[in-house]
Design a protein around this ligand. Structure first.
Ligand SMILES: Nc1ncnc2c1ncn2[C@@H]1O[C@H](COP(=O)(O)OP(=O)(O)OP(=O)(O)O)[C@@H](O)[C@H]1O
Ligand SMILES: [Mg+2]
Length: 460
């Protein structure tokens, strides 16, 4: 169920609210109506699902704060409806609205909004005080939430004794202590310096995985939006230009405005293993025989296969050499020759930025697995390098574009060096990317005998 649902919401400031809404609906431009009123939000429709982080992003003045203030009922909508947990707050009386706010909504502000003469603990308990929770219980609960945000032991200090990052943690603890299901955060991390800000983002993601709040998070920082948002609404001049997940917005921008807006995003933090992973058919079940495996080697033109069980749980890899040997020796399953060392697995949601290091050292493509270790796909190093090639050189945080080849040897391509390396390392783990086709004498011989054996089999 949508926890927040906005349908065709308008907010116009000024005395001619109705008139402006009417003319906007008739297709007039907000600029031409500026004399009559400021159209801060125009025809905004969106849903925020339970447990998601919904980010609203846009330039200054695009209407973000106005939008969030209509979610908590601080502003009435000029037109349209705003539903919170299924109830239309635009039609509520003051006391009904206060009730909904109290039960469902807490807010974290950009400038912390802490009370300077109260201790950290009392600040964290403040929301509970407003909810008429007794002093002992509210201070205990405040302490527990201070622990959760990493501030154990700081309860007796005053806000002024804390750094900005710590003060915002108090703000977060205060919002969490109210134990509402919806958390509204308006530029909550924008006043923090970049390192602390990044830490807070990580902490929010971690907390969210435990608490499963429904969060509406406002920011004008693209990287923050992309990092945090399950869904992102991009606002422009009061309208929502696009709603989508980070990948949609990056790879399928709705218009030139959004495309321009996102061009400087650090894609390696946004795109994940799942966005570049490839299907692989170089997969064999462990109960299969070496002869079947040899046919796969031939068909897929690889020198290694991933070995899985019947339900695709990843068990290891086998090399063509080991398989050829096993076939000669009459072994009938791959179980004993499956190598379990040296496969690096990543999750589908691992950001590209975290794939470079493991990929650089790995001799096989990274295996993308789900939480049960089932093989979903592979990321060959060439795919990772290829994704880099499509990055704009302006992506600030990635000066590594030109440095990468030094740390990442293109082992998935056949070069003289890689052939030499293969020749020197006869027991090397299999290289599984399709382009790998080792042609050292030794290997040529084995692959010839592999073809011969499988031809025999076809004939049989
Ligand atoms: N109380 C108000 N009265 C009149 N106009 C207002 C009021 N609040 C906001 N506006 C106008 O509405 C438009 C949207 O403002 P809003 O504060 O929602 O933008 P924002 O996206 O939050 O910007 P920022 O990133 O600077 O916080 C602006 O043109 C602003 O001047
Ligand atoms: Mg604002």
């Amino acid at each position: 169920m949508a926890v927040v649902r906005a349908s065709h919401v308008y907010k116009v400031f000024g005395r001619h609210e109705r008139e402006v809404v009417k003319r906007l609906k008739a297709g007039e431009d907000r600029k031409d109506l500026a004399e009559l009123g400021t159209a801060a939000v125009i025809d905004a429709s969106f849903e925020v699902a339970e447990g998601e982080i919904f980010v609203v992003m846009g330039l200054s003045g695009s209407g973000k704060s106005t939008l969030i203030r209509m979610i908590n009922g601080l502003w009435d909508v000029s037109d349209g409806s705003m539903e919170i947990v299924g109830k239309d707050i635009s039609k509520m009386s003051g006391s009904q609205l206060r009730q909904v706010r109290r039960d469902h909504i807490s807010m974290v502000f950009q400038h912390f909004a802490l009370l300077p003469h109260r201790t950290v603990r009392e600040n964290a308990a403040y929301g509970l005080e407003l909810q008429d929770v007794g002093p002992r219980e509210r201070l205990e609960r405040a302490d527990a939430w201070l622990d959760t945000v990493g501030l154990s032991g700081w309860g007796d200090k005053y806000p002024g004794q804390l750094s900005g990052g710590m003060q915002q943690r108090v703000g977060l603890a205060r919002a969490l202590a109210a134990e509402t299901d919806i958390l509204l955060m308006d530029e909550a991390f924008s006043a923090l310096d970049p390192l602390i800000r990044r830490e807070m983002q990580d902490q929010l993601v971690e907390l969210q995985s435990k608490l499963n709040k429904t969060i509406v998070f406002i920011t004008h920082d693209l990287n923050e939006a992309m990092y945090l948002g399950d869904h992102i609404a991009v606002m422009r001049d009061g309208r929502i230009a696009q709603i989508g997940d980070a990948e949609d917005i990056l790879t399928r921008p709705a218009d030139d405005y959004v495309a321009n807006f996102v061009q400087d995003v650090d894609r390696t933090r946004v795109l994940t293993a799942s966005s570049i992973m490839q299907d692989t058919h170089a997969v064999v079940t462990h109960s299969a025989g070496p002869r079947y495996a040899m046919r796969l080697f031939e068909r897929e033109r690889v020198t290694g296969l991933f070995v899985v069980d019947r339900t695709r749980h990843l068990l290891g890899t086998v090399s063509d050499r080991a398989v050829v040997r096993a076939a000669r020796e009459g072994v009938d399953t791959l179980t004993d020759i499956t190598e379990t060392e040296g496969i690096l697995t990543v999750k589908p949601d691992t950001p590209l930025s975290e794939l470079f290091a493991p990929s650089a050292g790995a001799r096989v493509p990274l295996a993308v697995v789900d939480d049960d270790n089932r093989l979903l796909g592979i990321v060959p190093r060439v795919a990772l390098l290829d994704s880099m090639a499509h990055l704009s050189p302006e992506t600030g945080e990635l000066p590594a574009v030109s440095q990468l080849p030094a740390t990442v040897e293109p082992q998935d391509e056949v070069t003289d060096e890689s052939r030499a390396a293969e020749a020197e390392a006869p027991d090397a783990k299999p290289g599984i990317a399709a382009s790998v086709h080792g042609e050292t004498e030794d290997e040529a011989q084995e692959s010839a005998s592999a073809s011969a054996t499988s031809d025999d089999q076809k004939g049989a």
